[in-house]
Design a protein around this ligand. Structure first.
Ligand SMILES: [Zn+2]
Ligand SMILES: [Zn+2]
Length: 95
């Protein structure tokens, strides 16, 4: 079972209501949060799929695979302005 959390930046107003804030494990896929420097945003991307085998997936920005992404784990900085993001609780259970 994986959770999504809601994050808010008190400095610039950046919001992400569906963000794992790290790696969360669902039934058949793990989602990891990445910070795309180019998009100045956080994205949840599949980092591992499992079934009969476990397959690691290279994390890429969903907008463009050429973007530079870095793993992001809460608590962490705002992808837009670098201030500390506030976690506002679990927003969804996604699997
Ligand atoms: Zn910010
Ligand atoms: Zn990007």
């Amino acid at each position: 079972m994986g959770f999504h959390y809601a994050f808010l930046c008190p400095a610039c107003g950046y919001r992400n209501h569906r963000c794992c804030g790290g790696t969360e494990y669902g039934r058949s896929v793990a989602l990891s949060t990445v910070h795309c420097v180019t998009c100045a945003a956080l994205f949840d991307v599949p980092s591992c799929r499992y079934g009969y085998t476990i397959e690691s997936v290279v994390a890429n920005c969903p907008m463009d695979a050429d973007h530079v992404v870095a793993e992001w784990i809460q608590p962490g900085p705002c992808p837009k302005c670098g201030a500390a993001l506030l976690q506002q609780g679990i927003s969804a259970v996604w699997d």
